[in-house]
Design a protein around this ligand. Structure first.
Ligand SMILES: Nc1ncnc2c1ncn2[C@@H]1O[C@H](COP(=O)(O)OP(=O)(O)O)[C@@H](O)[C@H]1O
Ligand SMILES: [Mg+2]
Length: 306
């Protein structure tokens, strides 16, 4: 089956400033796909290109197997979107807001109750929107995006302004849509950790360029941790480790760092050091946190991964 979303060499400029540069994204059907990058990375610009709200300077967008440029209205009928905060009438109830959208979209009446139900808003359907919490309004925005039963949901920073419980609710809702209805979800965030338990695959961008695309597991595997050793005589310990065939760097605190990720090799090196008469105070294998990996991706030059 064709991917739900595909961009090839997607490029966009504001004046002569390149905001999106030769971006190749590929989102499979039924995936919950994360689009991550710091503020100003080009996420919103990309999303506007995906929805045909901006026209690319170069490259192309395919949505649900169709070229966006060929049939934008036809394609977008099958897509639900929430770009930043939803436009809502504060003096109307949640249900009335949905009903306006329903008429505009030409959707059957029963979809209002269904969308309220899908987003857990049933109990507040009759409440005026201005009395709803930010999390509830965000959910109402989602309900609006779901009204016409889209096959693909494109959400720009939907977790913005939500508290941790709200983020968990959002995650549960998105997974349910993907698992039960086969909806593909594309959502952006400037916080990688926020997506950690939400997405099946992700793309990371910086300065409009792809830095990584793949699963979180692959990302972790591509950034293994290392071995840290503290011994009473760092200089001699470094010699011993060097003689064992390892490149060793010395940190400011005197601890030694090696590109070793295997427990067996760590144990073997420990034995060698002790055998050489050194006192090993600390020996620790570390795995970088997702945040560490994100920082590395933001710092490295050049393109990585696909
Ligand atoms: N309307 C605009 N005119 C000029 N520059 C813009 C405009 N919108 C965004 N930019 C610039 O394009 C870059 C990408 O912005 P944006 O897509 O909003 O990033 P993100 O959503 O990841 O924060 C930023 O440098 C931003 O300042
Ligand atoms: Mg943005």
């Amino acid at each position: 089956m064709e991917p739900a979303l595909e961009t090839i060499g997607l490029t966009y400029r504001y004046g002569d400033r390149e905001a999106v540069c030769r971006l190749d994204l590929r989102v499979g059907r039924g995936e919950v796909f994360g689009f991550v990058g710091p503020n100003g990375a080009g996420k919103t610009t990309t999303i506007k290109l995906l929805l045909g709200l901006l026209t690319p300077a170069a490259g192309s967008v395919r949505v649900l197997g169709r070229a966006l440029a060929d049939d934008r209205p036809g394609v977008l009928r099958r897509v639900g979107t929430l770009v930043e905060t939803p436009a809502l009438y504060g003096h109307l109830t949640a249900e009335e807001n949905l009903d306006i959208q329903r008429v505009a979209f030409g959707v059957a009446r029963h979809r209002v109750a269904a969308a309220l139900d899908e987003t857990g808003l049933g109990p507040v359907a009759g409440r005026r929107v201005r009395h709803l919490s930010l999390g509830m309004r965000q959910r109402l925005g989602l309900a609006m995006a779901l009204l016409h039963e889209p096959e693909l949901l494109v959400l720009d920073e939907p977790a913005n302004g939500l508290d941790p419980a709200g983020i968990v609710d959002l995650r549960t809702l998105l997974w349910r849509l993907a698992a039960q209805r086969g909806v593909t979800v594309f959502l952006s965030s400037h916080i990688l950790a926020e997506l950690e338990q939400t997405v099946s695959r992700l793309a990371v961008i910086r300065d409009g360029r792809l830095r990584y695309q793949g699963t979180l597991d692959e990302l972790r595997r591509a950034h293994p941790g290392g071995l840290r050793i503290t011994a009473d005589d760092p200089a001699r310990a470094a010699e011993v480790l060097h003689a064992e065939g390892h490149a060793v760097t010395r940190a400011e605190d005197g601890s030694l760092r090696l590109a070793v990720t295997s427990v067996d090799e760590a144990a073997r090196l420990n034995a060698r050091l002790v055998h050489a008469g050194l006192a090993v105070h600390e020996l620790r294998l570390s795995t970088p946190s997702l945040e560490d990996i994100y920082l590395r991706l933001m710092a490295d030059a050049g393109e990585v991964g696909r």
